[in-house]
Design a protein around this ligand. Structure first.
Ligand code: KIV
Ligand code: ZN
Length: 517
């Protein structure tokens, strides 16, 4: 293992716009690329690989635009070890204040034999020539021996030595096909430090792919063995299974500073925004359980965990959500949740319930959890409103008069009792139930939006009693359940809706705010 002074900087070289864009289906237009580059600037990465200028006119223009617009990080352009590629990269990078030409050439036997059809010595001199050629235009040159992790270590050391002598300021060791295993990859970096005489004259970088899910682990092992640049992408996007994920390597180094004794310059609070931006522009959605930026990365469902987090966040969280730009940890309410989390969430929703109300609401919540996969805040509001409302029958159904023929628009006349008065209103609607609800709204002067309507028979037989359950949104978070029963299902529907209206009126829920008063 390398000797450490402690707190050494690891350069973060972001290749979202180059290798990341090589993710199948991830192509971005020039406007989107500039937007991403601006976010990378806010993240404070050290270098941005903006594209592969010879690859297409679009790539060329994007590198050119980013070079002239983004000041701060090094802007890098990729080139094969060919003069026409290097010329194109330089042309595109010309306006960059700090520019880097990144030259690569494969060095593994399999690539040299089948892809390049060249012998080792030819490859060695092509690499040196390319670096020398690029060096005439630009001081900052990175060289990558492609497929380094499958290259003979002795040959790799010779190539690295030669390109540093030719002027490379960064030597990047790619695990191009994601084949390496951490211990092995770390040993390769250690080997290069031991066998390349001029290694101290260049920064050793690593570029790991994720085919075995080891890109971050391999990169970290390389850092332990002396690498001081990591190449990575937001959300780990990239060719095939992707690249080392920026958020994971940066937070790994930050969270386990005790092990790595290194730091990056990344402003981690911009991580979440960067992740969401990449999802938006590429259409590649992050899996919910993805480390750092997944929807569930700071979510707790188990009752024991929720209770622990509420008592002391660090019981189940090794990073603060604020550090990566997430507002706060999330307690997901589901069937594994306990009373503590339930009470907290209900409190956050604006209700201050006594112990017995909490108990009753919690019981109903558990029953609902068995029926539904996800319980949303709306469900909780409905449960709590139900529990706290002592229903006064302000409006009572007196008469329903319906005229309805198949194919025609139903017309209804609804008469309600309100205290000692009878109020009637007519309405039409998409169906008889819709028409009735509209007439009720006219009488009560309260508008409800029907969120859910369920009908079931409570008893058996043709004259069975039908029970209708509705969930109505009265606006401002006032979501209330209603229930009505009758042998006439249309009448049961009217009663269920009126039940919700009466609950709203009787509840201690503010008509203004929707919260408990
Ligand atoms: O994976 C790889 O080898 C590359 C090089 C061009 C650095 O992307
Ligand atoms: Zn790559």
């Amino acid at each position: 293992m390398m000797k450490r002074n402690g707190n050494e900087k690891v350069i973060v070289y972001d290749t979202t716009l180059r290798d990341g864009e090589q993710s199948p289906g991830a192509s971005m237009n020039i406007k989107e690329k500039l937007e991403v580059a601006k976010q990378l600037l806010r993240l404070n990465v050290d270098a941005i690989e903006a594209g592969f200028p010879i690859a297409s006119p679009g790539d060329f223009e994007a590198v050119k635009l980013i070079s002239s617009e983004i000041k701060g990080p090094v802007i890098s352009g990729l080139a094969r070890s060919l003069s026409k590629d290097i010329d194109a990269a330089y042309e595109a990078l010309k306006k960059a204040k700090r520019k880097r030409i990144h030259v690569f050439l494969a060095t593994s036997k399999i690539h040299m034999k089948y892809k390049l059809k060249k012998a080792g010595e030819e490859i060695l001199s092509q690499a040196v020539d390319a670096v020398r050629y690029a060096k005439k235009m630009c001081d900052d040159i990175e060289f990558s021996p492609e497929d380094a992790s499958r290259t003979e270590p002795e040959f790799l050391a010779r190539v690295v030595e030669a390109v540093i002598k030719a002027g490379a300021t960064t030597v990047n060791i790619p695990d191009t096909v994601g084949y390496a295993i951490p211990m092995e990859f770390g040993s390769l970096i250690k080997y290069l430090f031991a066998h390349v005489e001029s290694i101290d004259k260049a920064v050793v970088s690593v570029h790991c792919h994720n085919d075995l899910g080891l890109a971050v682990a391999n990169s970290l092992e390389a850092v332990v063995n002396g690498a001081r640049q990591v190449e990575c992408t937001i959300n780990g996007i990239g060719e095939r299974a992707g690249n080392c994920s920026l958020e994971e390597i940066v937070m790994g180094i930050k969270t386990r500073g005790d092990i790595f004794k290194c730091r990056t310059g990344v402003n981690t609070t911009e991580i979440m925004k960067a992740s969401r931006l990449i999802t938006r522009v590429t259409g590649i959605v992050v899996q919910p359980n993805k480390a750092i930026v997944g929807e569930n990365a700071f979510a707790h469902e188990a009752g024991i965990h929720q209770d622990g987090v509420l008592k002391e966040r660090k019981t189940y969280e090794i990073m603060s959500p604020h550090d990566v730009g997430v507002d706060k940890s999330k307690l997901v309410l589901g069937k594994h949740s306990g009373r503590h989390a339930f009470k907290e969430r209900v409190k956050e929703l604006g209700f201050d319930l006594g112990d017995s109300d909490v108990e009753k609401a919690f019981e109903r919540f558990k029953i609902l959890c068995d029926k539904k996969k996800a319980v949303y805040d709306d469900d909780l509001v409905a449960i709590v409103n139900d529990e706290i409302a002592e229903v006064r029958e302000v409006f009572k159904l007196h008469t329903l008069d319906i005229s309805y023929k198949t194919g025609s628009i139903p017309e209804v006349n609804v008469i309600l009792d309100k205290e000692k008065r009878k109020i009637s209103r007519r309405s039409s609607g998409d169906g008889p139930v819709d028409a009735i609800y509209k007439a009720i709204d006219k009488i009560t002067k309260i508008n409800g939006l029907l969120l859910d309507y369920n009908i079931r028979s409570v008893t058996s037989g043709k004259d069975a009693i039908g029970e209708v359950l509705v969930r109505v949104d009265f606006g401002k978070g006032r979501i209330i359940n209603g229930r009505g029963a009758s042998t006439d299902v249309v009448e049961a529907s009217a009663k269920a809706y009126l039940n919700a209206v009466n609950k709203l009126i009787s509840s201690r829920v503010s008509v203004k705010t929707g919260r408990l008063i």
